[in-house]
Write a protein that binds this ligand. Structure first.
Ligand code: AMP
Length: 292
């Protein structure tokens, strides 16, 4: 077992440490999280550990990305357990600030998110990405790392952050790491703990639909309307009635595509009981090779 990571809770201490580190030409990796760490988060930590000399994990449940009807108060907070889980990895530092530390003047003006934040999650969680870009901007300013690791699980979020980096000229590389799933296919999420037994089984319909869609595409289906209609139908057959969106989109702009010609992303969000789940996968239509 390794040393537990150093715990830092103030921006001032964090900035002092990072100034010292940056003068030493170390490659610094940053893994932003809201804690309640699971193997999905830990895969980002693993990637950071493999590619960087110095690894910083942030744990902060960001209030500005939750709407008033969302689950901020019951979001799991378990710093001790999280620190313990990180002992198995090479993590140098955990930055776990308080709300007052990140928002010393209260929850003042949020930043305006880029256009890629508008569809899908942006429609169903209208204030969410303003909160995300506000906090990520603060984290990137406090911790000017060389590379930051995010999960494909939150695909739209990753696109929003890539745009933030371009817009604000941050010199931080963004790495998007693959989705980690449970054995039954369900994408790991801190919110899965709120699913009861039958809901847990129902929830596997999301990843089953992603897999099924990849087969339909392999078999030649190219109409995204036919594909998304079939997915909705399958989700409903599994008892999932509240579907926020099912969409096949351009990977960069997140605009819907009508015919699958190039690589596209299949994005979905649906409710199982009170738990809102998101999932996605890449769709790769193989080009028809000319007959020789
Ligand atoms: P969160 O704590 O939910 O804000 O997530 C922190 C980071 O972990 C984000 O970049 C997520 O996309 C990523 N993440 C969450 N779940 C998974 C997963 N199942 N596989 C890979 N990355 C994930």
């Amino acid at each position: 077992m390794r040393q537990p990571p150093q715990l830092v809770t103030t921006c001032q201490q964090m900035q002092q440490l990072i100034t010292r580190l940056r003068s030493g030409a170390q490659r610094i990796g940053l893994v932003p999280t809201m804690g309640a760490l699971h193997d999905g988060h830990l895969s980002l930590v693993q990637a950071a550990q493999e590619q960087c000399d110095y690894v910083i994990v942030t744990i902060f449940v960001n209030p500005t990305q939750f709407a008033s009807n969302e689950d901020l108060s019951k979001y799991p907070r378990m710093l001790e357990d999280d620190l313990h889980r990180l002992e198995d990895f090479h993590v140098d530092l955990v930055f776990a600030p308080s709300e007052e530390e990140i928002y010393p003047d209260g929850l003042s003006i949020p930043m305006k998110p880029p256009a890629v934040a508008q569809p899908w999650e942006g429609v169903h969680r209208p204030h969410h990405f303003a909160g995300v870009v506000t906090v990520v901007d603060k984290l990137f300013n406090t911790i000017p790392a060389d590379v930051a690791f995010f999960g494909q699980k939150d695909y739209q979020q990753a696109m929003v952050i890539e745009q933030l980096v371009r817009d604000a000229n941050f010199s931080i590389d963004i790495q998007i790491c693959p989705i980690v799933r449970d054995k039954d296919g369900l994408a790991l999420s801190s919110r899965n703990r709120y699913l009861d037994g039958p809901q847990r089984i129902q929830a596997t319909a999301l990843s089953a639909c992603l897999e099924q869609t990849q087969h339909w595409v392999e078999q030649g289906e190219r109409s995204t309307r036919i594909l998304t209609d079939r997915i909705r139908q399958q989700l409903q057959e599994h008892g999932i009635q509240q579907i926020d969106y099912v969409a096949i989109v351009d990977p960069a702009t997140l605009m819907e595509v009508e015919q699958l010609q190039e690589r596209a992303m299949l994005l979905m969000a649906a409710h199982v009981g009170d738990v809102r789940l998101i999932d996605n996968c890449c769709l790769m239509p193989l080009r028809q090779l000319p007959r020789s």
